[in-house]
Design a protein around this ligand. Structure first.
Ligand code: FAD
Length: 400
């Protein structure tokens, strides 16, 4: 094993002041209470709608500060600058979700382009992330997911074709700006019933923009039992069409939603039967990408220590440079600092995925983080374990 010291809490939390560390401790302790997150995730969207100032203020100083980089692009400068001091890079995520209407989709597209242009002026922001559902109607994505004929252009619904053409134009303008400014675009993976058109569009963009270097990356969720295959198929297509395959590998964020929809509608769930099976496919996907690293660029997007160790180990074994341009690690801002900062200190290319946006816009993202940190077995207690260690260490140091 590469044996990275993921328990080095001094390195992990050096970027946090005592006050910030205590806030993290408070928040993770709250999320550890079994009833807190289910109640909070139900109440918060309702409370936000009341527009009562104290709700926003409470969120701003607690969960928002922990997981979000700021309310505006400019505000992310402080977080990015702080991370940069420790050789940690940034993936900027304009955290808008649930947008509706063509005019708003155009606005969101322009906002993504603004983020790219801004990233290009910053020293440590090599990527941005985009969600296709932020500039395409859910109903349209779902219809395309279910109707292969529509995707191939042979169809009988002209309105939908025109609507899809607009989505393609939006995606093209984002990727074109990214290529011009040499910024990577990571396309987020969504629920399986929206994903197929996202995959197809992203592959088309890769074919256009990844001929010399990776600009566009698709996201592959290995909690789906069909995705290891999909990775290999995507690679074959990339080889036959002469472009570099860009992939962000994740386990997947919508497990409960996926399973309950499958049960409700009576179809076999795409989710792996066990966590072990997800881990197995995830790690196999990592090995596959490293074995084909000349033609695949990957972002290792995980908080799993074993998976991160595995990639570090393979890089060393294969004598690749630690900051190989086709291997990048990433963790979400506010989580797993013990992994990010140790990877950075050891010389690997690593970033924090930093969302930004108004409190109202990032509520769905925050609710997912809260749920993840209460439902993923061991994640909260692991975060809290490391935070407690560092709080205790600093206390002991101050007493000396
Ligand atoms: C930088 C970054 C970008 C991300 N982007 C996306 C994205 O675009 N789309 C997306 O969907 N997610 C995304 N995620 C979230 C990701 O998919 C995971 O939800 C999250 O990272 C937890 O998985 P893990 O590998 O970090 O950790 P682990 O704790 O090792 O794994 C937890 C994950 O394992 C899977 N799992 C848990 N229990 C079971 C079970 N019983 N059976 C089968 N599988 C199980 C689930 O996917 C769960 O989230 C991103 C994460 C990161 C760090």
């Amino acid at each position: 094993m590469a044996n990275l010291a993921f328990d080095d809490v001094i390195t992990a939390f050096a970027y946090k002041s005592d006050k910030e560390l205590k806030r993290s401790k408070f928040l993770y302790s709250l999320m550890g209470y079994p009833l807190f997150v289910p109640i909070a995730t139900r109440l918060t969207p309702f409370l936000i709608k009341t527009r009562l100032p104290f709700v926003k203020n409470l969120m701003r100083h607690t969960i928002f500060k922990q997981f979000v980089g700021g309310e505006t692009l400019e505000q992310t400068k402080v977080v990015a600058g702080n991370l940069g001091k420790y050789n940690v890079q940034v993936i900027l995520d304009y955290g808008i979700e649930g947008v509706e209407g063509e005019a708003n989709f155009d606005k969101t597209t322009q906002a993504f382009i603004n983020v790219i242009e801004y990233a290009a002026t910053q020293p440590n922001i090599p990527f941005i992330s985009v969600k296709v559902s932020a500039f395409a109607r859910h109903g349209l994505l779902q219809a395309l997911n279910e109707a292969p004929r529509l995707r191939s252009g042979i169809h009988d619904h002209e309105a939908q074709e025109a609507e899809w053409d607009k989505v393609c134009e939006r995606m093209y303008s984002i990727c074109e700006a990214a290529a011009k400014h040499n910024i990577g675009v990571l396309v987020d993976a969504e629920e399986s019933w929206l994903q197929d058109p996202v995959d197809r569009l992203t592959m088309e963009m890769m074919e256009e923009f990844n001929t010399e270097k990776p600009i566009v990356y698709n996201t592959i969720q290995l909690y789906r039992h069909d995705r290891l295959n999909f990775l290999q198929l995507s690679h074959k297509i990339a080889q036959s069409r002469n472009f570099i395959l860009g992939v962000k590998l994740v386990r997947g964020a919508y497990m409960e939603k996926e399973r309950s929809r499958a049960e409700q509608k009576g179809y076999p769930s795409l989710i792996q039967p066990t966590k072990e099976k997800t881990d197995q496919d995830y790690n196999q996907a990592l090995v596959y990408c490293i074995d084909n690293i000349k033609h695949i660029a990957m972002v290792v997007a995980t908080h799993n220590e074993k998976s991160n160790q595995l990639v570090a180990q393979l890089i060393i074994e294969k004598r690749l440079s630690l900051d190989h341009p086709h291997v990048h690690f990433s963790q979400l801002y506010g989580m797993s600092d013990n992994i990010t900062f140790i990877l950075a200190k050891s010389g690997f290319s690593v970033s924090k995925y930093v969302p930004f946006g108004s409190i109202r816009d990032v509520v769905p993202y925050l609710m997912r983080r809260a749920q993840e940190n209460s439902s993923v077995s061991g994640q909260t207690s692991r975060e809290l374990y490391f935070i407690n260690q560092e709080v205790a260490r600093r206390k002991a140091f101050q007493k000396k």
